[in-house]
Design a protein around this ligand. Structure first.
Ligand code: F0G
Length: 461
């Protein structure tokens, strides 16, 4: 089985180009990487993986960012802004409150366009150049489109993005727009957009840069390398577990591939491979459904909904690569509510880490599994936060406090700041925004009643 953790290194087939080839994960058919365009296997239509004759070792890595890992990539360099080298934040308060041995947050929102997609695009656009195509396209819940637009612009190529109408956060459309992509809004969800763009690609109209394109995942693999290297540097060991949000399951597949390659290179023992734990929103959780039922395939959800629009996906196309990653690392998948996502988003913000809702799903999922006892107190955990707060300003406003209007006068501003009423008003607003639960409503009501009572008393005095 080619997706086993311990799959042996393969010898280079005749179709390989400089030690690189494409291989079908189902039937094993091998293809030359850059002669023709392949997204899926021409024989059986299953997913393809990029394969290398030489697995990477840590000693091969030098420089910074994604291209530090070029020993594990198809090229030495690509169209770069540059990307990668993102922080692995310490979060001592969250770590203590959730109750794990160590917790770090890998903030992929610190990439050039504010999401992990840049890692895939720097490689994907380089492949597009190698293939000599000129029109790039993707379906997107927003972040891929922003990255495609920026990297396409940098590479001097035409870009076309298909977005689900009304379901893409403002920051992401703004990026795609300013970087010069043609934005096509489809009256359907992300999965319908992907169906259409796949048709366009198969008709030769566009070069597809969704994560179905195996080269995209090569760049995203570098998240795994970075986490392992930094964690080892800080703690002298690799993390026990990596928790990440799941949409199309590209990242889950990419991280698993990074670990397989290091195992093949003799750099990691199988038992050192971190446990992959995927998190989806309750309203879009086909991967969780598959894992809970121990299935090797997902069933497409036609109706999906969540405030975390980045992962509002019902047909994770990379599931055939990602499910083995979860199963073979003893991982799991869990669904979280939008409320739990917002709570986690707020807690990350309290630690100074600004993320969009989908990103916070990782922390919400960790909390849920820890509370359920499925994750134990002795674990070292890395949560992946995939996109920056500014991607979705509306969600940030909703989760945070509102601006308070004040007069244009210093004394009046001072009076307002010290005014008990305004302080309590802000507190009520915070409580009632914190959660939609009846407890919060009751709390809000109590504070309001107390305020009313105080007002009556002070009027009477
Ligand atoms: N987090 C964010 C912020 C995302 O934008 C995405 C995917 C994911 C998580 C899920 O990652 O697909 O690798 O499982 N966004 C895609 C897009 C679908 O079009 O921007 P995945």
């Amino acid at each position: 089985m080619s997706l086993e953790l311990s799959a042996p290194t393969q010898s280079e087939p005749a179709c390989a180009d400089d030690g690189v080839w494409l291989e079908c994960i189902e039937c094993g058919e091998q293809w030359a990487p850059f002669d023709d365009i392949h997204y899926t296997c021409a024989d059986c239509d299953s997913l393809l993986e990029v394969r290398y004759a030489e697995p990477p070792t840590f000693d091969d890595f030098e420089g910074r960012g994604v291209w530090r890992y070029n020993a594990a990539l198809p090229f030495k360099e690509g169209v770069t802004l540059p990307e990668g080298d993102t922080p692995l934040h310490e979060v001592p308060d969250l770590q203590e409150e959730i109750g794990v041995d160590s917790l770090r947050v890998k903030h992929e929102g610190m990439n050039p366009t504010g999401a992990f997609k840049d890692r895939g695009m720097t490689v994907g656009v380089a492949v597009a150049k190698e293939l000599g195509v000129d029109r790039l396209a993707c379906a997107s819940t927003g972040n891929t489109s922003a990255a495609l637009a920026a990297y396409g612009a940098r590479g001097g190529m035409e870009t076309l993005v298909l977005l689900p109408s009304g379901k893409v956060a403002a920051g992401k459309i703004a990026q795609a727009s300013l970087h010069g992509a043609r934005i096509l809004e489809v009256d359907g969800n992300f999965d319908s957009c992907l169906d259409i763009v796949q048709d366009l690609a198969n008709r030769g109209e566009v070069y597809l840069l969704n994560s179905l394109n195996p080269f995209r995942l090569e760049g995203q693999k570098t998240i795994g390398f970075e986490i392992l290297e930094k964690h080892y540097e800080d703690y002298g060991e690799y993390p026990d577990r990596i928790v990440l949000p799941v949409g199309n399951a590209g990242n889950t597949a990419a991280l698993y591939k990074a670990f397989r390659e290091l195992v093949a290179g003799g750099e990691l023992d199988e038992e050192q491979v971190p446990t992959l734990t995927g998190v989806q929103a309750e309203g879009a959780a086909p991967m969780v459904e598959a894992v809970e039922n121990d299935r090797d395939e997902i069933e497409r959800w036609d109706d999906v909904e969540t405030r975390a629009t980045a992962i509002r996906i019902g047909n994770p196309v990379n599931a055939p690569k990602a499910l083995p990653g979860i199963y073979n690392t003893d991982g799991t998948a869990v669904a979280v509510s939008d409320e739990q996502i917002t709570t986690a988003q707020r807690q990350l913000a309290e630690a100074g880490i600004g993320v969009e809702p989908a990103s916070a799903a990782s922390v919400a999922g960790l909390r849920k599994l820890r509370e359920a006892g499925e994750i134990t107190a002795d674990e070292s955990v890395v949560c992946l936060t995939t996109g920056h707060l500014l991607k979705d300003p509306d969600a940030a406003f909703e989760a945070g406090g509102d601006p308070e209007p004040v007069p244009n006068d210093t004394d009046a501003v001072l009076e307002h700041i010290d005014d008990e009423q305004s302080v309590l008003d802000a507190a009520i607003q915070g409580v009632s925004k914190a959660t939609d639960s009846s407890l919060a409503a009751a709390l809000g009501g109590l504070v309001a009643a107390y305020l009313g009572y105080r007002k009556l008393r002070s009027n009477g005095e």
